[in-house]
Ligand binder design. Structure first.
Ligand code: AHR
Length: 332
């Protein structure tokens, strides 16, 4: 090959390499957010939280904020106030801001495909925390970290079956459900009823949503008590509703824990106090302190490392006799 042909080919190769790298630069999104002290781009994590409906949720928010800070991420946090449209708007805003990773705890299970496809098209990975979505396309998110809500419902149901094993007559149950259409409300109901309704002596005579809040739990329990004089057991899908219901039961002149046995889910301090006071019989733990695990997954996803499709949080079950000893250890 002549020297001039070699020179020409070399120039073409350099020009081609420059074209490729310029194209790569043009295709690369401008990073959102700030830089750390060393001038490095900080990983930007956009997180859309359900709301502030319960003690569990407040603890979950704090865990996420603290863990993002400890990880050195810039957290863009948005509170959806229990409204799906707010979460969709927040996710769209994160996409516009070109955050590195999006996380959200979906208010309800359905209706997410469109916005998740928008994130995927923008090349922004999504992580689901606490609650699942109902979609056929599992490529729309990278992983889901949270509790096994069906198992929580099953544990609550199994406690009732064991407690009432010698009862012959009807055991009348009132059920305070979580937010309609949310994963924990759907799954806890299923888990509980699968165990309990095998025996026809158990009857669910009242069943309504209390939206996971203390105020609504009280209000709905007041209505239950007016409509039914024969409630033996309350199954509350979360502790805040149980605590609200306790107020309603006491104001109706009844004794929680004696006239009406209560089982609930979460493990907040107020529920442990109520257990220690003999007002709640059993609490199934649901762990909100998953911030550090979330940040670990965010970093791995950002670094394009493999992550499991499903990460389960660890939790226990506590009964009345353990409450006083366990109370000082509760972190939320
Ligand atoms: O998704 C978890 C549930 O949501 C918690 O049990 C409840 O307290 C919260 O609002």
């Amino acid at each position: 090959m002549s020297r001039s042909i070699t020179r020409t080919l070399g120039a073409v190769a350099v020009a081609a390499a420059m074209t490729v790298s310029l194209a790569a630069c043009a295709g690369k999104k401008a990073p959102a957010g700030s830089a750390d002290a060393g001038g490095q781009h900080k990983l930007v994590f956009g997180f859309s939280q359900v709301g502030a409906e319960s003690g569990w949720r407040s603890a979950n928010t704090k865990s996420i904020q603290d863990a993002a800070k400890a990880a050195g991420f810039e957290l863009k946090f948005s509170d959806a106030q229990q409204k799906q449209e707010n979460q969709i708007a927040a996710i769209r805003s994160f996409i516009q801001q070109k955050v590195d990773v999006i996380g959200f705890s979906p208010v309800v299970t359905t209706g997410w495909d469109t916005v998740l496809k928008e994130a995927k098209t923008a090349g922004i990975p999504v992580i689901l925390t606490d609650r699942a979505v109902d979609t056929q396309d599992k490529t729309l998110y990278k992983t889901f970290i949270g509790s096994d809500f069906v198992k929580e419902g099953t544990s609550a149901g199994q406690w009732l079956v064991d407690t009432e094993k010698s009862a012959t007559g009807p055991v009348n149950i009132a059920e305070l459900e979580g937010t309609t259409g949310s994963a924990p409300a759907i799954d806890r109901k299923k888990g509980f009823e699968d165990v309990v309704l095998k025996d026809p002596k158990f009857k669910i005579i009242a069943d309504q949503t209390g939206d996971f809040t203390r105020a609504k739990g009280k209000e709905v329990m007041e209505a239950f008590l007016k409509a039914h004089k024969d409630i033996n057991v309350l199954f509350a899908h979360n502790d805040d509703m149980a605590v609200g219901a306790i107020q309603a039961i006491e104001e109706a002149g009844l004794k929680p824990g004696k006239d009406i046995k209560i089982v609930s889910i979460d493990g907040i301090k107020d529920a442990f106090q109520a257990m220690a006071d003999g007002k709640i019989e059993e609490v199934v733990e649901c762990n909100p302190l998953i911030g550090p695990q979330i940040m670990d997954l965010v970093q791995k996803i950002h670094d394009k490392q493999d992550v499991p499709d499903r990460v389960l949080s660890k939790e226990g079950v506590f009964s009345k006799d353990q409450a006083a000893a366990e109370l000082p250890n509760r972190q939320y």
